[in-house]
Design a binder for this molecule. Structure first.
Ligand SMILES: [Zn+2]
Length: 281
């Protein structure tokens, strides 16, 4: 079970870790305590529910888009103002698509895809949210821009809202640090102790005193599995450099700033060893 660490960013003394279930009351003073939070336990189980949820939400997003398109093509007339109708449809479309992608990403962090499937499928699977964002908005945007029946004001407003929605959904749906099944397994085997992560950070830290967490008053502490499942899939690069200096092999792990699928390369064959074996016996 992961914990929340409250630490004093002014003083150096680390408070003993509290297994607080409830967030502790902050002292009224100007002190900045640091907290250890206990997030949810790793589910480790099936991700089918999450994936079904994601697909259903993406379908709902597409339904919203279809309604907007049908109104544009005059299959029906919106019960109220056309501009408002289009905006509502686009916003709902965006909400469903973003929510769907979060479930999808969560499932990918709980049960990542094996690198054996290849780089192309790996990215297709992990960035499905971005692909779905395009499907959820681009047809509508094209039709909006091509439409000449709509009055200019409605057309401009709806097109801008739809393009902004596409960009927001795309960014919110992308997995900027996907992890392979092998990398997760490797991390779980090599890092048996606790790791740390901050509230808004996208990576986890091996060392509690990592300089990049210095300014965070709240630190989460837990197993590497918990870190990955809460979306922190990569090791912080400072911690990685330090761990490598201490002799840890991170070459098959997901490290911040390194390509997650780099490990997909075929392992290097040690050709230098082969010739010596060919003896004349
Ligand atoms: Zn670090």
């Amino acid at each position: 079970m992961a914990e929340k660490i409250v630490r004093n960013t002014e003083k150096k003394a680390a408070e003993p870790a509290k297994k607080a279930v409830e967030p502790e009351k902050k002292p009224a003073a100007a002190k900045k305590p640091q907290t250890v939070i206990t997030p949810n336990k790793p589910t480790g189980g099936s991700t089918v529910g999450l994936r079904i949820g994601a697909v259903v939400l993406w379908l709902l997003a597409i339904v919203c888009e279809v309604f907007a398109i049908m109104a544009l093509l005059e299959y029906f007339y919106p019960p109220f103002n056309m501009t408002l109708f289009l905006i509502i449809a686009i916003v709902l479309d965006m909400g469903f698509a973003i929510f769907a992608a979060q479930l999808w990403k969560k499932a990918n962090h709980i049960k990542p895809m094996s690198e054996k499937r290849g780089k192309f499928l790996f990215y297709l699977w992990n960035e499905l949210g971005v692909i779905m964002a395009c499907i959820c908005f681009i047809p509508l945007i094209v039709l909006l821009l091509k439409n000449d029946k709509l009055d200019k004001k409605t057309k401009t407003i709806a097109a801008i809202v739809a393009i902004v929605a596409l960009l927001i959904t795309g960014v919110a749906s992308a997995d900027f640090n996907p992890i392979t099944a092998e990398q997760k397994e490797e991390a779980e085997q090599q890092i048996t102790g606790d790791v740390y992560w901050t509230q808004f950070g996208h990576k986890y830290h091996i060392y509690e005193d990592c300089s990049s967490t210095k300014n965070s008053s709240t630190l989460y502490k837990g197993s590497v599995t918990e870190a990955i499942e809460s979306g922190r899939t990569a090791i912080c690069q400072f911690c990685a450099n330090r761990a490598e200096k201490e002799g840890m092999d991170l070459s098959h792990m997901n490290v911040e700033g390194r390509d997650a699928a780099e490990a997909l390369q075929i392992p290097v064959v040690h050709t230098t060893e082969a010739p010596t074996a060919t003896g004349g016996n």
